[in-house]
Design a protein around this ligand. Structure first.
Ligand code: AMP
Ligand code: ZN
Ligand code: FE
Ligand code: FE
Length: 295
């Protein structure tokens, strides 16, 4: 049994995963993981059930969330140990979901203009929860046999710059970090691989800027990171006094090639990283002297 391994990036039916929070937690336990973080997009609604399931399954569950912020490519910020009962956090996340809800009908309209028979009702039904995202559009396109795979739906229609893509209104990276920090959470830069940054110097300057905004960690271990990238992100974390985290970005059958805790097979994330994060949670001032955390 892999008792020393964890997965700090897992989606459920509360956003665009296909397992309920409870199923995801039991799956993590069955996979032999020692801890799992539930990090749904723009919502914390899966967390109470996930934490409860953790007690029954005998696995440590870390409450989390993932939000998208405005930056070329995809910049996502993970928030760990957020106070999911906070009314301010609920309100902030509801605003992010409203931005999705303004975008989604425009994407459905574009798909119809492209000749597909697809309604917002169908997409909402495919989502089943309060967060409707592009993977749900992809699922309907596949179900109606317009595409053979979810990947094809993104490559041809839904990905950034493709004909049915519509950008959401997003908050800035600093605002995203602030949203998580003000809910008592630890903000971490998710899958840095997906950022569109010109060169290493530019990327390093970006990370320094995010640190000044209060960033506390970087997801160095990730399904699509090569060993070289992981080593580079770990080194960068060290230079900037950041925590290192890692996770698979498990989405159940919405990303069928990704296994919990293992990504595409090579991923291994040690519990030790979570221990360090918990230390940071206890002594938030210890992290980074430059940070401009809220007073
Ligand atoms: P949204 O937040 O609704 O814009 O959807 C973004 C989500 O779509 C990401 O978090 C991923 O889960 C998924 N996604 C983005 N690009 C791809 C892709 N090329 N293939 C599969 N899933 C993707
Ligand atoms: Zn997702
Ligand atoms: Fe993400
Ligand atoms: Fe994710």
């Amino acid at each position: 049994m892999d008792t020393d391994f964890i997965d700090l990036h897992v989606h459920t039916t509360a956003s665009d995963g296909t397992m309920t929070p409870e199923q995801a937690v039991f799956q993590a336990a069955r996979s032999g993981l020692r801890a799992v973080a539930i990090t749904d997009h723009d919502t914390v609604e899966g967390l109470p059930n996930a934490l409860e399931a953790g007690k029954r399954a005998g696995i440590e569950v870390v409450p989390g969330v993932e939000i998208g912020v405005d930056y070329p490519g995809e910049m996502h910020i993970l928030g760990y140990y957020v106070d999911y009962g906070s009314t301010r956090l609920s309100r902030d996340l509801a605003e992010l979901r409203e931005s999705r809800n303004r975008r989604n009908p425009r994407m459905a309209a574009k798909l119809r203009e492209l000749g597909f028979d697809i309604t917002m009702d169908e997409v909402t039904r495919a989502a089943g929860g309060t967060v409707v995202g592009r993977p749900h559009f992809a699922a309907v396109l596949k179900q109606k046999k317009y595409v053979n795979s979810l990947e094809e739906a993104f490559d041809r229609f839904l990905g950034a710059g493709r004909p049915a893509y519509v950008k959401k209104d997003k908050i800035s990276p600093g605002q995203g970090i602030e949203m998580i920090t003000s809910a008592g959470g630890i903000p971490v830069l998710a899958h840095p691989h997906y950022l569109k940054v010109g060169c290493r110097e530019e990327f390093e300057e970006l990370v320094r800027g995010l640190c000044r905004n209060g960033l506390k960690g970087i997801e160095a271990y990730y399904t699509t990171h090569s060993a070289t990238e992981t080593a580079y992100f770990c080194a960068l974390a060290k230079t900037n006094g950041l925590l290192v985290t890692g996770g698979s970005d498990f989405h159940g059958s919405n990303k069928p090639d990704i296994k919990m805790g293992r990504g595409r097979g090579d991923l291994r994330v040690r519990y030790e990283l979570l221990s360090k994060m918990k230390e940071e949670k206890k002594t938030p001032a210890g992290g980074n002297p430059d940070s401009i955390l809220r007073v």
